[in-house]
Write a protein of this length. Sequence first.
Lengths: 248, 284
Amino acid sequence: MPETQPIIEIRNVDKFFGDFQALSDVSLTVNSGEKVVICGPSGSGKSTLIRCVNRLEEHTSGQLFVDGIELTGETRNIRAVRMEVGMVFQQFNLFPHLTVLENLTVGPLRVRKISKADAIARARKYLERVHIPEQADKYPAQLSGGQQQRVAIARSLCMEPRIMLFDEPTSALDPEMINEVLDVMIELAESGMTMICVTHEMGFANRVADQMVFMDGGKIVEIAPPSVFFTKPKNPRCREFLDQILEH
Amino acid sequence: MSGRLGISGRANRPGTSIMMLAQARKALNSKPMSVLIYCGVMYLIIYGCLAGAEAMGYNWQWYRIPDYLFRMTDDGFQWGEISVGLVKTLLLSGQAFLLALIIGLAVALLRLSGLVVGVAVSIVFLEFVRNMPLLVLLYLFYYIIGAIFGLDRYTASVLCLAVFHAALVSEIFRAGINAVPVGQWEAAKSIGMSTVQCYRYIILPQSVKFMLPPMTGEVVHMVKSSAIVSVIAVAELTTIGRNLISDTYMSFEIWFTIAAVYMVVTLMLSVFVTFMERRYAVST
Ligand SMILES: Nc1ncnc2c1ncn2[C@@H]1O[C@H](COP(=O)(O)OP(=O)(O)OP(=O)(O)O)[C@@H](O)[C@H]1O
Ligand SMILES: [Mg+2]
């Protein structure tokens, strides 16, 4: 039953930066456990859309529900949503002044307010999940890009969120490190996590996505399961875009 | 260098005079030459002072100065007036600086809060303090605020110095906070931290390394500007210097000594910062 329950509902959302409209009339429903992959050309509003989901950007109009909570100006709602929604950034954004272990415990300790022993146990568990248990005492700067991004994933998981957002998690990585991060994401997908990923890794998308979303000019112009999306997309811009990246 | 050669080329003058100039500069910059010139200049200055003092019949009594630093009496070891004054100066500057840190952080956070009222309050405060001579600010604090609220001269001095330096300190805080990349805010918020938690656990700890050097500069500045409270006769190094002079008439010796004491303290602070910076650079 929970499989078909909507956990994220985006209804007719617009987003303006000053006069510039970055999102126009975007609607999207994501069910619990579903994986959605968003792609589209640069500047099409992909980041803006997922950043609205955890309120790093404030939508201008429309409605946004996450786990039954509506995102409004209400600070309490925003924090409640952020505790349920993990986010992984293109540039990792690890806390450079904290060790890997401290990066993972600071949220559970300060935000979830669990005990120190529990937080450390949890951190070690998720470091194991991302396959770098031996790096716990290093500082982020001492790790490779792929390792840093896996720590960032573990940092989000330590909050035990119900939803994970990924904003081009592999675009800042050297090619040889991309797969180690994608592998972790595939394992996470298989564990049943609800995920929205902005990525141009089409192999990954084809493997995990339940729905593919193509954005252009602030609008969702194509939305389809991968089998349809990759073989017979209706939108001409989408077809062109796919031809371009699948060439490589 | 190339620009200079270019100009001479256009003026169609042979390069010999420029080469001679360069050689002369090189000779001037060589070590023995530099030392020689330095000694010569210092000699002229000191000789000038001594000759001038001689001409006005000044009676040098340097031998009496050590007693004002410390002395051995029948009761045993005793700190002299100048040492006591130094401790008072350090205490005054220390208290004022702590207060300046608190006010400065509050003003910086107000300024960064994005609240219209907060920004307005902080800007008014900054502009008020920045456009006021320290001496006038001190008179305001002593003769007006002090009179209204019944502050003694010491409290008025601490408050005045704290407020004056809080303006500078708040700009250091603001620059240090702004130097932390915006991605750190986003990561901290995305794990559900409140603004206060973001500052406390993520942003401020990272801005320390940007703030440490200018903050120590500010401490040095505070020690120096604390001398101004001598105009309302608060007991500290400069006031004690003035009092000693009116008792002993040794104005040259005492002012030289007081100046040297200030310099030793501020130089030591600067060395300490360099040391701290190195240590901090290694640990992160
Ligand atoms: N803070 C901002 N202020 C003004 N304009 C912004 C801001 N953030 C994004 N934009 C604009 O909104 C549009 C959508 O940006 P967004 O980052 O969502 O694109 P994107 O699809 O993620 O692109 P990319 O693939 O380059 O990451 C862009 O034209 C961008 O310039
Ligand atoms: Mg983007």
